[in-house]
Design a protein around this ligand. Structure first.
Ligand code: PLP
Length: 387
């Protein structure tokens, strides 16, 4: 069986988790602090704050900006549903804007129509690791005085060229970027998330809110020779990462450049193997973007049934997934007013499939995927042409 994705975890991660367990400190502690320092340095952000997952990271981002009931947040429907849920969980209303069919990312040209006096923030998703057009997005956000949050759940290790320099996603472009370390992403801690920002005050709020609004963290109280009574300054949450997770995350972060390099090689090989297939549209990077290729999404030619292509591949032991879902088609968001045309979002979900991609994928397995897909496409494309 060729899986859709596979984390790369080995002895180093197992040893790190074991050492954390044996240290006796297993909740948020020194490993979390070290992971935050190392992640901040890696992406080039002044501050990084670790949390339990990316959904809670997005919620903390909104909470720290005081986004709540009565506020609107613009985002893509064409995203994992956690993006929309994070907005609704804060009591705000998600306003869905269509994506650019070339990159599957929110289309900056469509933002202006969606902005109202209630708009407080834009959550732009770097979908499947492909960087959004941050230059265009920040220009719109700045012009309207709206905060840009980056849903970088899939984008650890992706890069974008800003004013001639290649920079990692997470270096503050928007006000806040939120990452996920779920096993479907490029590096994993089982569950985990991270917020990066250049704003010291926001970072302070993230730290307060992730830990019950507690004035003095337990790590500080444990190290103190004085008795300290903590206070609970605001109503907060328990969104902490554990030290076992952070210990694993530090090892994963060491591997990240290598993991991205290998994924980029797999993506380049797919482009070679599939490049000549009539009607199949391969994903492409804008010239200012370098994807970590968290997913590899191809658009099927018209006339091919997505589900049967996927079933035929599955019958040959090849797992695929359909294109990224649209939140507005799921029950919790079905009632959300369809203010904006979401045609490209729907087409992307219905006409695309995600192919297996992971750092340790062998050339043989990739050739098997390409052959099976070619088998699906060739006869039918020819018969479509013949008609
Ligand atoms: C995976 C994902 C999330 C949620 O991340 P978790 O860490 O699982 O909470 C949010 N947004 C996008 C775009 C994702 O792909």
């Amino acid at each position: 069986m060729i899986p859709i994705a596979m984390p790369l975890l080995a002895e180093e991660e197992a040893d790190a988790a074991r050492a954390a367990v044996l240290s006796g400190w297993v909740s948020q502690g020194p490993q979390v602090a070290a992971f935050e320092r190392e992640f901040a340095a890696f992406v080039g952000a002044p501050f990084a704050c670790a949390v339990s997952n990316c959904t809670t990271a997005l919620q903390l981002a909104l909470a720290a900006l005081d986004v709540g009931p009565g506020d609107e947040v613009i985002t893509a429907s064409h995203s994992f549903i956690a993006t929309a849920n994070s907005i609704r969980n804060q009591g705000a209303v998600p306003i869905f804007v269509d994506v650019d069919p070339e990159t599957y990312n929110i289309d900056p040209r469509r933002l202006a129509d969606a902005i109202t006096p209630r708009t407080r923030a834009i959550i732009a998703v770097h979908q499947m690791g492909m960087p959004c057009d941050l230059a265009a997005l920040t220009a719109v956000a700045d012009r309207h005085g709206i905060t840009l949050i980056e849903d970088a759940a899939c984008a650890a290790g992706s890069e974008i060229q800003i004013k001639g320099n290649w920079e990692r996603i997470g270096k503050p472009h928007g006000r806040i970027a939120c990452f996920s370390f779920h096993p479907r992403k490029v590096i994993t801690t089982g569950e985990g998330g991270m917020l990066t920002t250049a704003d010291a005050e926001l970072d302070r709020k993230f730290r307060l809110l992730r830990q019950h609004g507690m004035s003095v963290p337990d790590t500080v109280r444990h190290g103190s020779s004085q008795v300290i009574f903590e206070e609970y300054l605001v109503s907060g949450y328990n969104y902490r990462m554990t030290d076992m997770q952070a210990a694993i995350g530090r090892k994963q972060l060491e591997r990240l450049p290598e993991l991205v390099a290998r994924r980029r090689a797999v993506a380049a090989r797919y482009a070679e193997l599939l490049g000549n297939l009539e009607g199949l549209r391969l994903p492409a990077e804008p010239k200012w973007a370098r994807s970590n290729w968290q997913s590899y999404c191809v658009r099927l030619p018209n006339g091919l049934d997505q589900r049967s292509v996927m079933q035929n591949l599955l019958d040959q032991g090849i797992a695929t997934r359909r294109g990224i879902m649209c939140s507005h088609r799921e029950p919790p968001y079905a009632m959300a007013a369809r203010l904006h045309d979401l045609r490209h979002s729907e087409l992307s979900q219905d006409r695309s499939i995600l192919l297996p991609i992971y750092a340790q994928m062998s050339e043989d397995d990739q050739a098997r995927v390409a052959d099976a897909l070619m088998e699906e496409l060739r006869p039918r494309v020819q018969s479509v042409i013949a008609v």
